[in-house]
Design a binder for this molecule. Sequence first.
Ligand code: HEC
Length: 124
Amino acid sequence: MISKPVAFATALLIASPALAQTGDAARGKAVFARCMACHTVDPGVNRLGPSLAGVVGRTSGTVPGFAYSPAMKNAKIRWDTKSLDAYLAKPIANMPGTKMVFAGLPNPADRANLIAYLATATKK
Ligand code: HEC
């Protein structure tokens, strides 16, 4: 049942040489618990942070109706495994002025697993 999304995530990660670790989407789901106070993976459901539905592959700051910081709005980053990895390691250091008040995920394996989860769970 989970083989298809896992295969997709694996292909995505292999396609990104900058990412040293291969993510495990099932483990990433557990890591996502740390994001759920502020984010959902449901399209159009914004909390303190914007919906992360379809986040992998979209441009930063583009969820309709969400009041982004000027920093995020102007960043125009394409969210992929590499840019998400950098942002999630240290959001505020990576993007001065972001209003995402989250210390970051210091463990690279946590980030790789989480990004694998986001790539599968939020695919439209
Ligand atoms: C305390 C609330 C909070 C937590 C916890 C949090 N975020 Fe955020 N997040 C935000 C806010 C607020 C923004 C909008 C930032 C801005 O406009 O500068 C945001 C923005 C983002 C964006 C950019 C989205 C876009 O549409 O461009 C991503 C990606 C993201 N968060 C991922 C995560 C992940 C993954 C986690 C868990 C590891 C997490 N966030 C934890 C509040 C949070």
